[in-house]
Write a protein that binds this ligand. Structure first.
Ligand code: GCU
Length: 667
């Protein structure tokens, strides 16, 4: 339950060193709720770690903003709105550890950063740290329904206990806020993108307002997903046509009503004309016309609209991967300046591995935010261990070549490539009512990693994993090093046993758990695994080069050239972009069939290795968590075998190739 904020007692030498340095906490701004939250966090953590009451403790932390006289006198200059400084100083002969922000939230982030360092191991003799977030909107998207079910949630019910709100809140909301603030997450979309109109009724606005009140001191703003047709379904307008003045007036009045209840309401997230959701196209209006109408409604209050680019309609029936680009690229420059377009990391749907979305770099006049999925819809739900920072870093580092070499996705979404001030990163939350929040202990690491990457997209997966493991378990390198190594290889293992070599969307229908590459009879062609792998007697893979759907042409020239060429595309994306003969030779010297078999097997072997490794590591931590992790690794091993055997049995039957020894056909 405590996540990475465990604050367990330190060994005696470190405890006394900490007490000497940072025993008591002082501030001139205790009346500010955010500073009060920061002080409370330090006062919760420090005595717990040092083992002493405040009276025994020596050193003093001074925390606050540059508005405080004592901090201003030190001449510190934290950077940016949300940045902070942590520094040892001597003032009037007194040694102080100063944690300062320009705004209270900066000081709060500084306090959590300090506690992160303390939990990671001995502090350096002198601290001199200056940090600021690279991305402005660091948001969780909850796909939480109003009946407390969670779409693609594997960790219990929604944490939002709608029935009891607004009268009763839950201490969990505060702990949720603390965990998020410790990472710099500054916004939460409370309800599912597949939104219900009811979430905009006065009753639900009151509930959201109550949640907002709890989250506010932690610098977290509340946002809502808006259903496009809400005014019609609530029987308050005759149409949802964005150019109809009555519709615009309804949304203006609705925005005014929300802001009366939630003065710092962040704005709306919209999924429109996607997977059956209504949208402006129902009225022959564009995404931009729809987004801009909503943007006008929240503009007087400083709100924004996040308009999702996850659409697939009839525009490109030959290749779903092309549709978002085809619809959105022509709209570049047409969005109001308080609209940001939210783009998934890849063009299909949160697969274990996808090439970066071609929209990144392709809409220079429009702020784009990155959407990743923290909850593991396509990577084995809550039981399979898959550390996702490696996947997200792969996308963030990917070079779009939009403005020549070095135009990474990270630079697109932090605004530096095109000079946008409105920037953001959203993660589909994996948080629920489970005692461990995320369904498994290792899934907590994905929440953690999302927040850290949204703060600084250049952090590496290894440093994030290390920080997380040190705080969550123990700083002991004998535990941390092998655990981090296991985390770093875990996502590739999933890719190998589920969708190797650029394959995608082979999961069983609907729930997306377990293999289903043989499914080919679903109503929409692009829901069928057979649509994606296109396996036949001759070969396997989706030809997205000029001889096929030509999706490669949506990337900048150098990227398109690399993906289109069999010699340069690389094994990881081979079958994403090419249809390849079963007997063609791979870089390894094996035929494609042999290589696929080897990859599936490698995935299983990796999970077997994780099981063996955990047998040694588990005893180094508490039994309760060790046992749960061990049992989930057994599930993962059984299911990796299931994936490998079922997939190879099927592909073997299509290709006419023999199953290698040891691979069992499904019963
Ligand atoms: C996936 C997921 C849906 C979700 C959708 C979205 O398709 O399976 O449950 O609604 O993504 O991102 O909107």
């Amino acid at each position: 339950y405590d996540l990475w904020l465990r604050y367990r007692p330190l060994p005696a030498d470190r405890a006394s060193a900490l007490a000497a340095r940072a025993g008591a906490v002082e501030t001139d701004e205790a009346s500010d709720p955010t500073i009060a939250a920061a002080v409370a966090e330090l006062q919760r953590a420090l005595p717990s770690m040092t083992g002493g009451g405040p009276e025994q403790q020596g050193g003093v932390i001074l925390i606050g903003t540059t508005r405080s006289r004592r901090i201003a006198a030190l001449g510190l200059e934290p950077a940016g709105e949300d940045g902070f400084i942590i520094r040892d100083v001597t003032a009037n002969g007194r040694r102080l550890l100063v944690i300062a922000g320009n705004r209270p939230v900066g000081a709060l982030y500084g306090a959590f950063h300090f506690l992160r360092l303390v939990q990671q191991g001995p502090l350096p003799a002198k601290l001199d740290i200056a940090e600021k977030p690279r991305v402005k909107l660091r948001l969780l998207n909850h796909w939480d329904n109003l009946d407390r079910t969670v779409e693609r949630g594997y960790s219990g019910q929604s944490i939002w206990d709608w029935w009891k709100l607004p009268t009763a809140t839950d201490p969990r909301y505060t702990d949720y806020a603390r965990a998020n603030a410790s990472l710099g997450i500054n916004g939460a979309v409370l309800n599912n993108v597949n939104a219900k109109p009811d979430s905009l009724t006065p009753q639900w606005i009151a509930k959201a307002a109550k949640v907002a009140d709890v989250l506010r001191p932690y610098g977290i703003r509340v946002y809502l997903s808006a259903r496009w047709s809400a005014p019609v379904e609530l029987k308050q307008t005759a149409t949802a046509d964005p150019l109809d003045p009555a519709v615009a007036a309804w949304w203006r009045a609705k925005a005014d009503e929300i802001y009366r209840a939630i003065p710092d309401f962040g704005g709306f997230l919209v999924k429109a004309n996607s997977e059956g959701q209504p949208g402006p196209q129902d009225y022959k209006r564009s995404h931009a016309e729809g987004a801009n109408m909503l943007a006008a409604a929240v503009r007087p209050h400083g709100g924004i609209v996040m308009w999702r680019a996850f659409v697939y309609s009839e525009v490109d029936p030959d290749d779903r991967a092309k549709q978002a680009y085809s619809e959105f690229k022509p709209l570049d420059g047409k969005f109001a300046d308080n609209v940001i377009v939210q783009v998934k990391n890849g063009a299909i749907d949160f697969q274990p591995r996808e090439p970066f979305h071609p929209l990144f770099g392709a809409m220079p006049k429009t702020p784009l935010m990155l959407e990743v999925q923290i909850t593991k819809e396509y990577l084995g739900f809550a039981t399979h261990l898959a550390y996702l920072a490696t996947m997200w870093a792969e996308v963030l580092e990917a070079d779009t070549f939009a403005r020549g070499k070095g135009s990474t996705v990270a630079k697109v979404i932090d605004g530096s490539l095109e000079g946008h001030a409105l920037t953001g990163m959203a993660g589909v939350a994996n948080i629920g009512s489970d005692r461990n929040w995320s369904g498994s202990i290792f899934d907590q690491a994905n929440w953690y990693a999302f927040g850290r990457l949204a703060w600084n997209p250049d952090l590496t997966p290894v440093e994030i994993a290390r920080e997380w493991a040190q705080q969550t378990f123990t700083p002991d390198p004998g535990f941390v090093d092998p655990t981090v190594a296991m985390m770093l290889e875990s996502r590739q293992a999933v890719v190998d046993y589920m969708t190797p070599m650029g394959l995608a969307h082979l999961m069983a229908t609907g729930h997306h758990y377990g293999p289903g590459p043989w499914v080919g009879d679903l109503a929409r062609p692009e829901w069928n695994p057979t649509y994606y792998h296109r396996a036949d007697k001759g070969g396997i893979g989706f030809d997205r080069t000029r001889s096929g759907s030509d999706a490669v042409a949506q990337y900048a020239r150098p990227v398109a050239r690399r993906f289109a060429d069999r010699r340069t595309v690389g094994d990881d994306f081979l079958l994403w972009f090419h249809h390849v003969g079963w007997d063609e030779r791979m870089a390894s010297g094996r035929t494609l069939w042999e290589e696929m078999v080897a990859r599936y097997d490698r995935g299983v072997a990796a999970v077997e290795g994780m099981n063996r490794r955990w047998a040694m590591l588990g005893p180094l931590i508490d039994k309760e968590r060790a046992d749960q992790i061990a049992s989930f690794l057994v599930i993962q091993k059984e299911e990796a075998i299931w994936w490998r055997d079922a997939s190879l049995a099927y592909f073997g039957s299509v290709s006419g190739r023999k199953l290698p020894a040891g691979v069992r056909p499904p019963a």
